[in-house]
Write a protein that binds this ligand. Structure first.
Ligand code: PTJ
Length: 244
């Protein structure tokens, strides 16, 4: 289907089309389509734009990644379908490793996602995944030299259980999640309440410009509870305006 460029919902329709076609190819799970719909609903409440507090979270994410010893970006089906090029740019800017890690894990899906990422210039970590995290589902599988030994890990569109386990292992967990009420948003060290394809280029841009002292300062003062409150406040303000 050709989506007309002048359609008022062009960006949203292109994202849906890309997810639907990646779902047909077996890259995105059916559950991933449902997860995207939930994200869209929260994005409506945000006004489909990056708020001031999200921008601060994105700067802070860049700071954490730049100061990390072993930063890792964990990529699932939705992230690969929506933002393979943006992941490549962030990897180039920060030197982070990229590991494919799935909730609905099959070797076939992992292979397809790896191929999509590599076709877009991402260097994907290789190796034999092992059951290393204290989780009863397949997100327990990860690579020793990747997620398991990472000190800072970016997990966009994450599920709450793994986020809690990773944080419990003492890792800095950064997530991108449009739902500020989700368990992931609450368990992460830093939550970016913004849409994935808006958030990633901002983190990349900040990664190119932040200096060491600024990064250390951002890390020292960051407060996830305040960022979440501001995101919810923004949604409440917009709802209030609509009701007036
Ligand atoms: O590819 P897999 O098998 O690893 O599965 C991936 C999904 C996304 C299905 C899996 O991780 C999952 O079930 O995630 P959840 O628990 O539904 O959480 C996804 C969160 O991401 C939800 O809170 C959504 O609101 C949010 N979200 C969805 N799309 C976007 C988003 N946040 C930012 N940008 C988006 N485009």
């Amino acid at each position: 289907m050709t989506i007309p460029r002048d359609h008022p919902r062009y960006r949203s329709l292109v994202a849906r089309e890309s997810l639907a076609s990646c779902c047909r190819e077996g890259i995105v799970s059916l559950e991933g389509l449902a997860a995207h719909g939930r994200g869209e609903a929260f994005d409506y409440l945000l006004g489909e734009r990056t708020t001031e507090s999200a921008l601060l979270a994105e700067r802070t994410a860049a700071a954490f990644l730049l100061c990390a010893r072993n930063p890792v970006i964990s990529v699932n089906g939705n992230t690969a379908a929506l933002a393979a090029g943006e992941i490549r740019d962030l990897q180039e800017a920060t030197g982070a490793k990229v590991e494919v890690n799935l909730f609905h894990r099959t070797e076939e899906r992992i292979e397809k996602i790896r191929r999509l990422l590599e076709d877009n210039g991402v260097r994907v970590l290789e190796g034999e995944a092992q059951r290393l995290l204290a989780l009863s589902h397949d997100r327990a599988y990860c690579l020793v030299e990747g997620i398991f030994s990472a000190d800072v890990i970016l997990v966009p569109l994450e599920d709450g259980d793994r986020c809690q386990v990773l944080a419990g292992m003492g890792k800095t967990v950064i997530t991108i999640d449009l739902n500020p009420l989700s368990r992931t948003a609450r368990a992460a060290t830093l939550t970016i309440v913004d849409e994935l394809t808006r958030a990633l280029p901002n983190i990349t841009r900040f990664s190119h410009s932040l200096r060491q002292e600024e990064s250390l300062e951002l890390i020292a003062v960051h407060d996830n509870a305040v960022l979440l409150k501001e995101a919810l406040g923004e949604m409440r303000r917009r709802l209030g305006d609509a009701l007036d």
